[in-house]
Design a protein around this ligand. Structure first.
Ligand code: NDP
Length: 297
């Protein structure tokens, strides 16, 4: 069996088109332009690449993009003052503080100082609580992107056995909540899980968010299961070249699975597309307007 490829890159393109079309209507009919502010503290190269890409795609969908690049030694008070200013700026509907922050800054304090309505990353404790209780919230972008791809591929997810490997606050836990919200039977596995292989083999849906290159082999996957690979790992191959791989072994897993997201070109592009979708959703909510269809949980 050769798995169907769930093309996250192409799917992200359709999400961006939907966002752009809705943004154009908002401008024409309501004279409103959604705005996203991204705050970067320090000069972490990977974060700089992400921030640049987010800004570019925000502008391409017709939204306003503002970048605040702060020195690595910016004080917590100065960062909180900037967030306060953005919270009160009516032209800004989404605020994203790029993580990780330098060690001297308290990440929880910073994230929880963002207005929950503008928290397009969905990391604020209020949004975590709203998602956990099945209420309308801002949903973290990576799990939202995974959910969109799963819904698109399966239609209804109701009654399916889903195993999420990883229990981080930004991927594993919200992913599990979203799958539960769509009536999956959900198991969350982690580093202490016994017989992980057996647990994974029972799944109709496997979401791997571990951060260990190619950890999940095909022999763990039930025949025909859908595999969403969240992992982004940079490894050196035998020829000395660097390569991006996921948390599942694509070659062996795609022999058994019914469908699989590739790395790169799977979950990654969907994450940024969902950031744009969340910014639009936040803007619509802030203005009491109808939310875009199919772009929220
Ligand atoms: P974390 O390091 O925060 O969490 C990893 C999780 O994996 C933990 O819950 C850990 O368990 C679990 N784990 C570690 N080793 C094992 C093991 N041997 N068996 C089972 N579970 C294990 O990572 P993130 O959730 O932030 O990210 C996970 C991956 O997803 C990374 O590769 C990251 O780069 C990628 N990522 C990709 C994104 C995208 O846009 N595509 C966005 C965000 C992340 P425990 O809690 O017990 O330690």
């Amino acid at each position: 069996m050769t798995a169907n490829i769930i093309d996250g890159k192409a799917f992200a393109g359709t999400v961006r088109e939907k966002v752009a079309a809705h943004v154009a209507r908002l401008k024409e009919e309501n004279n409103i332009t959604p705005g996203l502010a991204v705050v970067l503290v320090g000069e972490d190269p990977a974060s700089q690449v992400y921030v640049r890409s987010k800004g570019k795609q925000t502008v391409e969908t017709g939204m306003k993009s503002v970048e605040h690049k702060l020195d690595v030694d910016t004080s917590e008070a100065d960062l909180l003052a900037l967030i306060d200013q953005l919270n009160n700026d009516e032209t800004i509907h989404g605020i994203l503080v790029q993580l990780p922050l330098p060690k001297h800054l308290n990440e929880d304090l910073v994230i929880n100082s963002i207005s929950p309505a503008k928290d397009v990353d969905g990391f604020h404790i209020s949004n975590v609580g709203l998602l956990g209780t099945g209420q309308k919230s801002m949903v973290p972008c990576t799990p939202l992107g995974c959910l969109m791809m799963l819904r698109d591929y399966h239609g209804s997810l109701s009654g399916l056995n889903a195993v999420v490997i990883g229990r981080s606050n930004i991927v594993g836990k919200p992913m599990a909540q979203l799958l539960l919200g769509d009536s999956c039977t959900v198991t969350i596995a982690h580093s202490r899980t016994k017989d992980l292989e057996e647990v994974v083999r029972r799944a109709d849906i496997v979401v791997a968010a571990v951060g260990r290159p190619e950890m999940v082999p095909g022999s763990w996957i039930g025949k025909g299961a859908t595999v969403i690979d969240v992992g982004i790992n940079r490894i050196e191959k035998e020829d000395g070249k660097m390569k991006l791989v996921g948390d599942v072994d694509f070659a062996s897993v795609s022999e058994v699975a019914g469908a699989i997201t590739p790395v790169p070109g799977g979950v990654g592009p969907m994450t940024i597309a969902c950031l744009l979708a969340n910014t639009l959703t936040a803007c619509c909510r802030a203005n009491g307007l109808q939310e875009p269809e199919g772009l929220t949980a």
